[in-house]
Design a protein around this ligand. Structure first.
Ligand code: PLP
Length: 412
């Protein structure tokens, strides 16, 4: 067989061990412990001299099969599946940084990620330096010998900003700084992170991958491109493990010790979700563009933000990076917060819920929900406006979504 395409690869990734019953789906290994024939075998497994599952917090066949499928389609050297997208992000930074280190990012981030950096990790001594990443030059004055990573979302939630990823990666390579990208809005299939110089991809598989909001999960995808010996924390380890240094650190320490493992049941759901990922992404992106174009023409709508729109300042860069598939998320502004609420409250089909890339179309008002813990001036810096609504466009028939939105807009 030649080089299989994305969806074919997902559907035909072989299991690491043949199923004794010939099951085509990796069954749900809903167990904690794995038995050994004798003490010698058990010792070899614990010493990692013979691969074997021992305990489901550390590894599990169903979780591993999901990881293998993601690895097959990303060509990564290693994939770790975790209990949530937030677990993926926190595991990476707890692994690569230590007290006194710093990272560079932007305030245009998912609200909980900002909180992770500025509240949780700050207390443990990791400094986060913020700048506008749409211009690479802004990073220059912030970097020093303790800068361990640059972090950004490929399409930011909810600002829908798109950075020039290759430009960021070129800048970091010269300085031995790791590039970590949150690809939640543009998961594998829409974006090949290794081609743009991303070292580590983290994402919330809760979103597109889970198959329509069936389960919470996260992924760490290691493209194997970073020279770990350049990070003082790994000076020793890198000599032994080379490109697998981070994977080793996660598996044998950080991921294992923090215990944010994906449950076998959720791994099964996400693995099934992965099988239809390309179909659902195509459908939701096509819908999102049509909805954005509709909103752009509507007299009650003050502004629409969607990188797929020709009028977007990110249109060119986003086409270069993600082709036509820039995700199902868009935002638009009405005249006031009150109008936003009246509009939301009169929707009949679109659901008021906090999630994205569900199969259903969902709406929320970010300023009063995800970002409610931040004061007005910080919200301004985060570009989260009181007049802004976030719409995650699903895979319903486009005309039904637009009709619901149109009627609600007429009512405000
Ligand atoms: N990153 C982004 C861009 C997100 O939008 C989210 C959640 O919405 C997360 C990370 C966190 O994912 P999870 O809810 O799976 O922890």
């Amino acid at each position: 067989m030649g080089d299989l395409k994305f969806i074919t690869k997902i559907l035909h990734t072989p299991f690491l061990k043949e199923d004794p019953h010939g099951s085509l789906h990796m069954p749900v290994y809903e167990n904690v412990a794995f038995e050994f024939k004798n003490g010698e075998e058990m010792e070899l497994a614990f010493q990692r001299k013979k691969p074997a599952h021992m305990y489901s917090r550390i590894s599990n066949p169903t979780v591993e099969a999901f990881e293998q499928r993601v690895r097959a389609v990303t060509d990564a050297i290693g994939v770790v599946a975790l209990s949530s997208g937030m677990a993926a992000i926190s595991n990476v930074f707890l692994a690569v940084a230590r007290q006194g280190d710093n990272i560079i990012t932007t305030k245009h981030l998912f609200g909980n990620t900002y909180s992770l950096f500025m509240k949780t990790l700050k207390e443990w001594g990791l400094e986060t330096r913020f700048t506008d990443l749409t211009d690479v030059k802004n990073m220059e004055p912030l970097a020093d010998e303790k800068t361990r990573a640059v972090f950004f979302e490929t399409v930011t939630n909810p600002q829908l900003e798109v950075v020039d990823i290759k430009a960021i990666a070129d800048w970091t390579k010269a300085k031995n700084i790791l590039v970590v990208a949150d690809t939640t809005l543009t998961p594998p299939y829409t974006f090949k992170s290794a081609d743009f110089g991303v070292d580590i991809e983290v994402l919330s598989s809760t979103k597109y991958i889970s198959g329509g909001a069936t389960s919470v999960g996260g992924l760490i995808i290691d493209n194997g491109t970073f020279e770990w010996g350049k990070n003082p924390k790994f000076a020793q380890e890198a000599r032994q493990f080379g490109p697998f240094t981070l994977m080793n650190r996660l598996r044998r320490q950080v991921y294992r010790n923090l215990g944010a493992c994906l449950s076998p049941h959720n791994a099964f759901l996400q693995s099934v979700g992965l099988e239809t990922l390309p179909l659902r992404i195509e459908a939701s992106c096509a819908n999102a563009l049509k909805v954005a174009e509709f909103l752009e023409k509507h007299r009650r709508v003050k502004a629409v933000h969607y990188p797929g729109l020709k009028s977007s300042r990110y249109h060119q860069i986003s086409r270069r990076q993600f082709g036509n598939l820039v995700g199902g998320l868009l935002t638009f502004d009405l005249a006031s917060k009150e109008e936003c609420f009246r509009f939301m409250n009169s929707l009949k089909l679109v659901r008021r819920a906090t999630n994205l890339n569900d199969n259903r179309t969902l709406i929320l008002h970010p300023a009063s929900t995800i970002f409610c813990e931040y004061d007005d001036s910080l919200k301004r810096e985060m570009n989260v406006r009181e007049t802004m609504l976030r719409l995650s466009v699903g895979i319903e028939d486009t005309s039904d979504i637009i009709e619901d939105i149109q009627k609600a807009l007429e009512g405000i």
